[in-house]
Design a protein around this ligand. Structure first.
Ligand SMILES: [Zn+2]
Length: 262
């Protein structure tokens, strides 16, 4: 199997001690390539450094997560624009709106989101999107910019059919994580993924977050890792009534096409 993890926070400090081992375990499980999420200016710079050290295996995104929207000053935005143009960067973001946690004031979240969609448009790269409990505002801002964008992915999709269909209609891809393995919160996703066309589905772990809850035996560490992507692929494939091999092949093709990977 050959899988690409489109969302792994490999620059996260929880991987500092054993990042190479994490990458080796991933490769041994068939996850040979990964897109390292940039969620702050500093984190994006680290993601680019990682991608530069592992050409063809790691790629980066450059963006500021809505949690950090208050940090995206005009000076930081200028830095982010430069980072987004780097060769290793295959998408602008992670950007979007998160009204669930509200770590940054909502008006600043909306401003940071609009700015980053402009960055995405100016680079011609797709956009890596995060949305939680903010669907209406998110959609309104996205619609204003969509014509200038080279596509994108609604990453870590956890919402329902209404949100799915709105994103599909905008031409977006949908990223599915191990949330689908969560028997308390993720069961609805088993139906949601049935309605995602084969050419729009992407797979991601969002590691170190979102450890799949149905691993047997349960691992000692709560840290999620990219080597668990085949486990997520199997859950998504079962829900879609297709083989894991078929889903892996289409998700990998979709990833290469959307992010123009080499
Ligand atoms: Zn996210």
């Amino acid at each position: 199997m050959n899988l690409i993890d489109i969302g792994v926070n490999l620059a996260h400090d929880s991987f500092d001690a054993d990042r190479d081992a994490v990458m080796q375990r991933a490769a041994a499980a068939g996850v040979h390539q990964m897109i390292v999420t940039g969620a702050s200016v500093e984190g994006s710079r680290k993601a680019i450094e990682l991608a530069r050290a592992h050409p063809g295996r790691l790629f980066a995104t450059a963006g500021v997560h809505p949690h950090h929207a208050a940090d995206l000053t005009e000076a930081a935005l200028a830095e982010l624009k430069d980072l987004a143009r780097e060769r290793e960067v295959v998408a602008a973001g992670e950007c979007g709106l998160d009204y669930f946690r509200d770590f940054s004031p909502r008006d600043l979240q909306r401003r940071a989101f609009g700015w980053q969609l402009e960055v995405a448009a100016s680079t011609g790269k797709p956009v890596f999107l995060h949305q939680r409990d903010a669907h209406d505002d998110f959609l309104a801002i996205l619609r204003e910019h969509m014509a200038g964008l080279a596509g994108g992915v609604a990453h870590c999709f956890t919402a329902g059919p209404k949100e799915r269909d709105a994103y599909l209609e905008l031409g977006l891809h949908i990223g599915i994580t191990g949330w689908i393995c969560d028997e308390r919160r993720g069961m609805h996703l088993r139906e949601v993924v049935q309605g995602i066309p084969a050419d729009r589905i992407l797979l991601e772990t969002d590691a170190p977050y979102l450890l799949p809850r149905d691993l047997k035996p349960a691992p000692k560490s709560r840290r999620n890792e990219p080597h668990l992507l085949p486990h997520i692929a199997a859950a998504v494939a079962a829900a879609r009534n297709e083989s894991t091999e078929t889903l892996a092949r289409t998700a990998t093709e979709n990833t290469r096409r959307l992010f123009r990977l080499i």
